[in-house]
Design a protein around this ligand. Sequence first.
Ligand SMILES: *Cc1c(COP(=O)(O)O)cnc(C)c1O
Length: 328
Amino acid sequence: MTALAISFADIEAAAARLAGVAHRTPVLRSRTADERTGAQVFFKAENHQRMGAFKFRGGYNALAAFTPEQRRAGALAFSSGNHAQAIALSGRLLGIPTVIVMPHDAPAAKLAATRAYQQGQSGSEVVIYDRYTEDRAAIGQRIAAERGMTLIPPFDHPHVMAGQGTAALELIDEVGHLDALLVCVGGGGLVSGCAVAAKHRLPGITVVGVEPEAGNDTQQSLAAGRIVHIDVPKTIADGAQTQASGQLTFPVIQALVARVVTVSDAQLVRSMQFFAERMKQVVEPTGCLAAAALLEGVETWRGARVGVILSGGNVDLPRYAEMLATPA
Ligand SMILES: *Cc1c(COP(=O)(O)O)cnc(C)c1O
């Protein structure tokens, strides 16, 4: 067996780089959630992280580890979502130029937020491409070659995975023993980092991944014993619309994650409503995946202490309002 891409030491190194820069996000409790599930539930609120999602942890950790030469040339990312904002903000904080390659139909709010982080920083820009007529990989390769920039992928990178794992490390260091940890799964950067941290601190913990029903590529991959590719899934969980887990994340998931379960879009909507109404928390659809598995009874942990990562809170307001108004 080959070694996994990251170890606990990498997560400790990430925690040191992030100290005083990333927010130590709050751990939230809810009597209603505890009553409904019969468990003691500890929500790690990464919707309160800088730029609104845990992705800041991995993005900043990756850029902070750059050599002086990499810092001068800058970082490149393809993303229309939270990874774009994570790289743009991290670059600004570290004085590293960033180029973010985004599709022409990216949500206006995400484009504006990304540009706002880059504002006034020379060498930083958003490059727009037409997803129907242009190849984003070719665009990225051209820019990377011309400017010598380092590409930072959204999940399949050791520093990204290690940075994401600091969310679970903080949670466990704050609340102590947990029987289970529930984590959403897109490409698997968050769950792989969190699993390495959690299993090191609490070897007996059960780590469960949660995917959208329509996009259960990781669940299929675990069953098949190899990485399965699926078509772009149709789900409101836009942060988990990945088609396959990563070459580096999948072996970690195979080794340390007990199982991957799925939840439906309707279950995500009910969970968003729960967070808004009961806990006064704005959680984006993808951010509700892990919580929905517990609140909707897909996972049962009566009498247990359960950690749940709320991964982010970035959602366009008109869409959010519509989902809150959907009859549950
Ligand atoms: C990116 C993202 C995910 C999925 O994370 P992976 O590391 O790709 O598994 C989940 N929730 C939110 C809010 C995200 O931005």
